[in-house]
Write a protein that binds this ligand. Structure first.
Ligand code: OXD
Ligand code: MN
Length: 645
């Protein structure tokens, strides 16, 4: 029975049902009984496998089809009336064509199935930040995940009232046919359509589709920002708290930083980290002239491999109850889960992520095809489970930001940390970010590509306009946060990571927050302010870069160096990216910052820049015909080692 009198909702549900032609329609009210019964149904149908109730209460395992394990960027479209408004980086389709195509694919695809209607809120219901969505789907897995990742049920319909507007989301898994998979966004219609996938990032429509792609478009028009950022609070020994938001590309350690456990020396002094969010931040200008941020999600859709007691104790704890695991391995001895990096001991009896028995003796660390868990296997865990979840997690007004941090995986060039000279320079740094690709998206892994503000796959409009929106936001904030860039991934000449990462990133956070309070010194360099090595506290640091080579102050100095020759090349690379990839609508302020960078590196002979996919594509023009309507980048493998620090 319909749970609302809102005509627009009723119409949307009716139209969706006419298209999908399901046997039944079930409205999700958000009650514990309904969720329990859906879990029972999913176990019965084999969609979920119940895990050991004593060791992992209320936890389940789900396996996707092997062709459906990650976001599919080349099948993700922004469907604006004018192609130019989607910009040259997004894949674009004419909205009429996109609606028709999806209707054809989805027509009748829910026959014999149930269509679930999920009313959900991104953000705490009743918060001025919050926005409501309605997702219809023929997947129980989607319902159960949305129930963890968002606030779901009758309360959302109440907040919507009789004629409130909402974001429409239509998901039909169809036959999970990769060749007919489309993730379509219609920012001008507040609509999302996803067909032929059942992988989280493509089908939990509240997450990337709404909270980033559609929300970034809404934010541009309404004067706020939707960003691919974690939010964390640092609690100081005197009890004061400062908040930081940080943008890193997918699977580059946002969850780990958001839940960091400070080194012993800091813990003893009384430092703590509180997690407000690990993936998405909605940011507004507060009445006090500062930027305030909320996490619109209610759970964590985290990457499992590499997560363990030491790398992220808090995330692991968060998965101990009420969690849905996707594409991890099943330890059949005790019906628990396993993934590479969870423990040193490999399970004796185990089913891999594809559902086949796994032989630990054939496991070869270097060969991903021998892994028991998929490299992009995930846990969907309720945020309340996280031992370090912030008391502000459910705050309706959010938290004020002292700093914004950008970062990516860069084996060289980018120092451990540096600070922008001002807001516009910070925007320039974000716009120029590049990082090695990871398994979070389908395609080659370890390839350097531009990923401005970690938003390349998630900006719902023209990237040049997005940069301009950042510049405009800077004009609106009287007390803007300071902007920094970090790189935990610099390697030595043998490819070993030089910085320990994980909990030791606290040492860098401390310097950042001291800078925000004008309590730490810095060196002005060609690229911005870089710490004096002595100002980063290394007390108690115990890290071997390689066997027998302990990390010391000289190594710190090395990863803080700014090599002008490398930056001269980087500046040329950025210029090429602006001119050839973003192409137009880039605000003058950013060209100005680029000119300053070039000027600062003048005299240095540019060393060969690290090849990015964009630069390789430019160099090898004319590119081969793209699969979709925009050229996709040509990928080149590198041998760079990876970790999520
Ligand atoms: C994610 C991603 O799942 O960025 O958060 O892919
Ligand atoms: Mn993400």
């Amino acid at each position: 029975m319909a749970l609302t009198k809102n005509k627009k909702v009723l119409e949307f549900v009716q139209e969706s049902a006419e298209l999908g032609q399901p046997d039944n329609i079930v409205w999700i009210d958000g009650s514990a009984e309904q969720i329990k019964s859906l879990k029972e149904q999913a176990v019965k149908s084999g969609e979920l496998i119940k895990l050991n109730e004593n060791l992992l209460p209320d936890c389940y395992l789900h396996r996707t089809k092997v062709n459906d394990v990650a976001r599919v960027e080349d099948r993700t479209f922004i469907c604006t009336k004018n192609k130019e408004d989607a910009g040259p980086i997004n894949y674009w389709m004419d909205p009429r064509e996109a609606y028709e195509l999806c209707s054809e694919i989805a027509r009748g695809s829910m026959k014999g199935r149930t269509m679930y209607v999920i009313p959900y809120s991104m953000g705490v219901v009743g918060s001025p930040f919050a926005k409501i969505g309605i997702e219809v789907t023929d997947s129980i897995y989607v319902v159960l995940n949305m129930n963890i990742m968002t606030r779901v049920g009758v309360k959302c319909l109440k907040a919507l009232g009789k004629d409130g507007d909402f974001i429409k989301g239509f998901h039909a898994k169809c036959n999970v046919d990769a060749d007919n998979r489309y993730i379509m966004h219609f920012p001008e219609d507040n609509t999302i359509i996803s067909v032929n996938s059942a992988y989280g990032g493509n089908v939990l429509l509240g997450k990337k589709c709404f909270a980033l792609r559609i929300a970034s478009y809404l934010g541009k028009n309404e004067g706020w920002m939707a960003e691919h950022m974690l939010i964390l609070g640092v609690k100081f020994p005197d009890g004061t708290k400062k908040y930081v938001a940080a943008a890193f590309p997918s699977a580059c350690g946002k969850t780990n930083l958001a839940m960091l456990i400070p080194p012993k020396h800091y813990k003893e002094k009384g430092y703590e980290i509180e997690c407000v969010g690990d993936d998405i931040a909605w940011i507004r200008v507060g009445e006090d002239g500062r930027l305030w941020a909320v996490n619109p999600e209610n759970g964590f859709f985290g990457v499992a491999p590499g997560t363990n007691e030491h790398s992220n104790y808090n995330a692991l704890q968060a998965t101990k109850r009420g969690t849905i695991f996707t594409n991890v391995a099943l330890n059949t001895d005790d019906m628990t889960v396993w993934w590479e990096g969870l423990s040193k001991d490999l399970p004796e009896h185990c089913i891999d992520w594809t559902g086949k028995p796994w032989n630990k003796d054939k496991f070869d660390k270097k060969d991903k095809s021998t892994c028991a868990a998929h490299p992009n296997s995930r846990f969907t865990a309720p945020a309340v489970n996280c031992p370090c979840v912030s008391p502000e997690f459910d705050s309706k007004k959010g938290v004020p930001l002292s700093a914004i941090i950008f970062g990516g995986r860069r084996a060289s060039t980018t120092p451990l940390v540096y600070e922008a000279r001002d807001w516009n320079h910070g925007v320039f740094i974000g716009s120029a970010m590049s990082s090695e690709t990871t398994a979070a998206a389908a395609g080659a892994v370890g390839v350097l590509r531009h990923d401005p503000m970690a938003m390349k796959p998630f900006t719902g409009y023209h990237m040049g306009d997005y940069f301009a929106h950042w510049i405009e936001m800077g004009k609106k904030v009287k007390n803007p946060p300071k902007i920094f860039n970090v790189n935990w991934f610099r390697t030595d000449k043998d490819g070993n990571f030089m910085w320990p990462g994980f909990g030791d990133n606290m040492r860098v956070l401390e310097w950042i927050l001291k800078r925000c309070e004008n309590q730490a010194d810095a060196e002005e360099t060609a690229i911005g302010y870089v710490p004096k090595a002595e100002d980063i506290d290394l007390t108690g640091l115990d890290y071997e870069i390689k066997e027998g080579k302990a990390f010391g102050i000289d190594d710190l100095k090395e990863i803080l160096t700014v090599d002008k020759a490398k930056w001269a090349a980087e500046a040329e690379e950025i210029e090429g990216y602006y001119n050839n990839t973003v192409k137009d609508r880039i605000p003058g302020e950013l060209w100005h910052c680029l000119a300053t960078l070039k000027e600062n590196c003048k005299g240095a002979k540019p060393e060969k820049a690290a090849p990015t996919t964009e630069a390789s594509a430019e160099a090898s023009k004319p590119a081969k015909k793209p699969a979709a309507k925009k050229t996709s980048s040509t990928a080149k493998k590198t041998s760079a080692a990876k970790k999520n620090s």
